[in-house]
Design a protein around this ligand. Sequence first.
Ligand SMILES: NC(=O)C1=CN([C@@H]2O[C@H](COP(=O)(O)OP(=O)(O)OC[C@H]3O[C@@H](n4cnc5c(N)ncnc54)[C@H](O)[C@@H]3O)[C@@H](O)[C@H]2O)[C@@H](O)CC1
Ligand SMILES: Nc1ncnc2c1ncn2[C@@H]1O[C@H](COP(=O)(O)OP(=O)(O)O)[C@@H](O)[C@H]1O
Length: 499
Amino acid sequence: MQNLLVSSQIKDVDTYTIQHEPIVSIELMERAALAFVNAFINRFGDEEATIWVCCGQGNNGGDGLAIARLLRKNGYTKVKVFLANYAQKTSPDYLRNLERLKQEKSEIPILEDLQALKLRQNDIVIDAILGSGLNKPLSGKYEKLAVLINTSKSKVVAVDVPTGFKSEGELDAIYNGVKADFVISFQVPKINFFFPESIKAIREFEVVSIGLDEPYIESLPSQWKLVTEQFINKTIKPRARFSHKGTYGHALIVAGDTETMGAALLSVNACLQAGVGLVSACIPQSGLTALNVSLPEAMYFNRENLSNTDLQKYQAIAIGSGLGIGETQEQLLEQLLSKNKPLLIDADALNILSENKELLKEIPAQSVLTPHMKEFDRLFGHHDNWWNRVEMAKKKAIELELIIVLKNQYTFICLPTGDICVNPTGNPAMAQGGMGDVLTGIITSFLAQGYNSSQAVILGVYLHGKAGDILAENREIVTASALAKSLPKVLKNINSEKS
Ligand SMILES: NC(=O)C1=CN([C@@H]2O[C@H](COP(=O)(O)OP(=O)(O)OC[C@H]3O[C@@H](n4cnc5c(N)ncnc54)[C@H](O)[C@@H]3O)[C@@H](O)[C@H]2O)[C@@H](O)CC1
Ligand SMILES: Nc1ncnc2c1ncn2[C@@H]1O[C@H](COP(=O)(O)OP(=O)(O)O)[C@@H](O)[C@H]1O
């Protein structure tokens, strides 16, 4: 897991690195500029392009000046600098870089008049006006400059964060900052990059290391974590020698209704593909033939028997995929809740809870809820923005001792400890019905296999997205069935790379 930091902490890490590496701040700025330029060249190799580097007077502007100089050195002949010198204060490193640019006779024109900023299609604007130092909404000349850049049809590449974009906290409904096609951000992704509202400001981003002190970053208190491949590789266990089906647990999946039996089958199949030892499908009798034909590995569990069966033999129980809503389904959920065994609760079972909120406190601790945005809002109230929604998910996860998996492009996993783990995998090719049912099957499978609840959820969400990413490399659409089918290979690849 990688700590995600707020702006004040990032500043703190800069200071710490400067003191302890040690490195003088102007050198750190040079390193940041170099990292930006390398990433920039990788992506925008056209040395003939006209590049306008727009600089403010803080450290973000200082980066911009160094970037302009380094681009010129790397063969970009048409680099121009525009100084947005609208502030009273200037940073010392900005001033040093300005001096350097002037002294070196770098042939880079330095412009200050807005009239001179004639942006054309195919030009590239490097936005180094304001970075993570933003401390109030954009207004006046800054706002005017942002409008000019946004309406120019030039490609916009932002340094660290687009000017006017808040790195953390609630994002305003209306965004008046620079809209960047690409952001090259330093060291850690900013928390707000993961919220859907950021699409107004950022089309794509890349994070580059500038050599800030990583152990110090990890030592800082932060409840925001990014799930990393290293964490997954470390957590996932290969199949053991002399193991048998009993080693990998028995899962019970309560799902399906006459018209939504597919959801149950998808979920049960995903559970098998993710490696469970045994799975029993508690589906309506009308689905029995379909189950036997399509998933001969799965067993059938008659719903009539749920109330009088000892569920101790199941290592994991999920309820909800395609379950339907009605008195019968409500009874099924209540029966399971009364067994006082952690559950995974998805889809219609969540909708039943929304209609019977008094049941929320009956959910056993360490249970997992997997709502998408609408299911979440039905459960815990309407939210105007994602920052507030995630804050509420965190609050409820702590209060009810649950794991809340708030599904989206970047899924937020809120743990009872208050930690919020952001999942980086997944893509729009996966935006199709049934994908959530597959996720339920995968997490249930990992729960049955003996991973603890947080591990099972983090592994499940990450691998679900990872499988989708691998498939999306050569197809536009990834169906839920295709994703489930690909899981054994994804697991194999991870375990082979480890050994
Ligand atoms: N040693 C360091 O601190 C490093 C900093 N780096 C760069 O430094 C940036 C942060 O630099 P700074 O902290 O100087 O901040 P910025 O350059 O982002 O902004 C500086 C100034 O803008 C003012 N300001 C904030 N919001 C405003 C608004 N809406 N309208 C008008 N003025 C506004 C602030 O009061 C401050 O004086 C990062 O984004 C990154 O690009 C990098 O060079 C890496 C190393
Ligand atoms: N654009 C996307 N990027 C990443 N993941 C996505 C995207 N669209 C959907 N997903 C993933 O697919 C799943 C969809 O879940 P859900 O909406 O419950 O689907 P369903 O109810 O149809 O099975 C979630 O895990 C979500 O994170």
